[in-house]
Design a protein around this ligand. Structure first.
Ligand SMILES: [Zn+2]
Ligand SMILES: [Zn+2]
Length: 252
């Protein structure tokens, strides 16, 4: 934590970086029919799967609220995200437990007491089962999320647990939403943005031409709901890159 930010000398350098990143990673999102003999399926070992064209499936797991409140929180977060970014990525909220072949993954991801969920267990479960599901999987949970090494330390709490974690290349996300509503909305936005390509945090970067002290949802130390101008440009550029690579529209 708190390393010196990576410096970019211009807005255009910043924009190009994210565009190229999206273009590079968009390759992994090529639908199977576009790839030569499904070769990339082999490249994307086990859990690293093709999700960009299929969007994100959110599952509510052990959330302490009734389904309508959970849906409200989720809809607020999606509204904020997609209004601000202009992105049009297919997202849906599903009931838990899922009926399909994802179920064993969820069972393996939680502790036997079902009181804690672990990203490491989750990833192991995905790798073990080699699920052939389409789309990214995002779990909205009310149980503790076991801390993972590279994830952000939660706001002022025991650092055994995270508020959330997400991995864009793996197409998975977890967020604790068993919290005050504004914090829950902020958590969903923050982790979904990691999943949508913004892998860093607000203070990891410094770009000439943008102020560093704006409030931003990618600052894990606040409950802000919106991206700063600089990081919004990053997310939009990333998806422009994905669009170019895949020849598919992801903006409204
Ligand atoms: Zn984060
Ligand atoms: Zn920011």
């Amino acid at each position: 934590m708190d390393q010196a930010p990576v410096y970019y000398k211009s807005k255009s350098e910043w924009e190009r970086l994210w565009f190229n990143h999206g273009k590079h990673l968009g390759r992994k999102g090529a639908p199977p029919s576009n790839s030569r003999k499904n070769k990339h399926r082999v490249e994307c070992a086990s859990w690293s799967k093709v999700w960009f064209p299929y969007g994100i499936k959110f599952f509510a797991h052990q959330v302490p609220f009734p389904p309508d409140i959970t849906a409200n929180i989720w809809e607020r977060a999606m509204g904020l995200l997609f209004t601000q970014t202009g992105l049009d990525v297919n997202c849906s909220l599903r009931t838990y437990p899922p009926k399909n072949n994802l179920r064993p993954i969820f069972d393996l991801a939680t502790t036997p007491q079902q009181d804690e969920i672990s990203y490491a267990r989750f990833m192991n479960a995905l790798a073990t089962i080699q699920a052939r599901h389409l789309g990214a999987i995002f779990i909205l949970t009310g149980v503790h999320i076991r801390r993972y090494d590279w994830s952000a330390v939660p706001r002022g709490e025991d650092d055994k647990f995270n508020h959330g974690i997400a991995n864009m290349q793996a197409g998975v996300g977890l967020a604790n939403i068993g919290l005050e509503e504004d914090v829950a909305v902020s958590n969903i936005c923050h982790e979904t943005l990691h999943l949508l390509g913004f892998y860093g945090h607000h203070h990891d970067y410094s770009v000439r031409g943008f102020g560093d002290n704006e409030s931003c949802v990618m600052d894990p130390n606040n409950d802000h709901h919106l991206l700063c101008e600089r990081d919004l440009l990053a997310v939009r550029s990333f998806w422009r890159g994905v669009e170019q690579r895949l020849g598919q529209r992801f903006f409204r």
